[in-house]
Ligand binder design. Structure first.
Ligand SMILES: NC(=O)C1=CN([C@@H]2O[C@H](COP(=O)(O)OP(=O)(O)OC[C@H]3O[C@@H](n4cnc5c(N)ncnc54)[C@H](O)[C@@H]3O)[C@@H](O)[C@H]2O)C=CC1
Ligand SMILES: O=C(O)[C@@H]1CCC=N1
Length: 275
């Protein structure tokens, strides 16, 4: 893990906090991490927990860092980048990484400066527990060394997937950026069902989370076994699982999942026009 690069997060919300927490858990020195946000609340939590540098001044964070991670909402990106560009001498020669959905490299470069080296990325919040998955796309100006550095940083909080085609990042948004929420929704629905059968909320959560963690671990530890086979291994002929699976299939769970993931991609494409 590279430990000599100073990293500034512009924005200190869910995604920045997840990355910072995961990086620190991996041993990244807190004194090399800066976080900037207009309000103190999130900054204070991070400063107290990890003793990173915090500031309400985006320019100061950029000036202090080698790598700047843009972690504000997509709709704020134009305002934040235009403000940073007022002091572009602060970041000449430095590397930007955007985590925003639906903001293209071309758009970011037009806001910051043409030819500004930028890596566009799509991480996810499991980075918080170092189980993240980050999709990455470099602008042509990004050096091989910088690619290695960003890969090491993101590998500290999970796994990475570099794409050659920027449009593929929108698929990664649907596949891994947004998908923790799909799994949480499925788990919520199961929890609600278990509660309706008489268990407490806590018991229901314990049952659901252990089954989810165990299933994910089975998938991870058996890369040579198809997901369909793992499913079939649970599904006894004429048994209980078969009835549940038949019900899901009858209600077109696969079609619903596909439509939902296409909707995420379409929204990312739409956002690229808006922001
Ligand atoms: N939450 C998630 O699961 C994921 C989010 N992302 C991307 O991460 C970005 C941030 O999302 P979240 O962290 O979820 O949002 P959030 O709302 O939790 O955090 C945004 C942060 O930006 C700060 N902020 C607002 N105005 C600012 C300004 N002018 N200068 C500096 N900071 C400012 C806010 O104080 C807040 O801390 C978005 O672009 C999103 O597309 C990407 C992957 C996953
Ligand atoms: O919902 C969003 O737009 C962001 C990007 C992926 C996860 N959260």
């Amino acid at each position: 893990m590279i430990t000599n690069k100073k990293i500034a997060f512009i924005g200190a919300g869910n995604m920045a906090s997840s990355l910072i927490t995961g990086m620190i858990a991996d041993g990244y020195p807190a004194e090399l991490i800066y976080a900037a946000s207009p309000t103190r609340a999130r900054l204070d939590v991070l400063a107290e927990k990890f003793a990173i540098h915090t500031t309400q001044d985006n320019h100061a964070a950029v000036a202090a860092a080698d790598i700047i991670i843009l972690a504000v909402k997509p709709q704020l990106m134009a305002a934040v980048c235009s403000h940073l560009a007022e002091q572009s001498s602060n970041y000449r020669g430095k590397l930007f990484v955007s985590v925003a959905a639906g903001v293209t490299v071309e758009r970011l470069q037009s806001l910051l400066a043409d030819n500004q080296p930028i890596v566009r990325s799509m991480p996810n919040t499991p980075a918080l527990v170092q189980k993240g998955m980050t999709g990455l796309f470099p602008s042509p100006e990004v050096s091989d060394n910088d690619i290695k550095t960003i890969d090491q940083i993101m590998m500290a909080v999970g796994k990475t997937c570099w794409v050659d085609n920027e449009a593929d990042l929108n698929t990664i948004i649907a596949a891994t950026g947004s998908s923790p929420a799909y799994f949480f929704l499925f788990m919520e629905a199961m929890q609600d069902s278990i509660i309706s059968m008489g268990f407490s909320k806590q018991q229901a959560r314990e049952l659901v989370q252990q089954a989810a963690a165990g299933s994910a671990e089975l998938v991870i530890q058996n890369p040579h076994i198809d997901l369909a086979t793992l499913r079939q291994n649970v599904t006894s002929k004429g048994g209980t699982t078969a009835e549940a699976i038949r019900t899901f299939e009858e209600h077109d769970l696969r079609g619903t999942v596909n439509t939902a993931m296409q909707a995420a991609v379409s929204r990312a494409e739409e956002m690229q026009k808006l922001f």
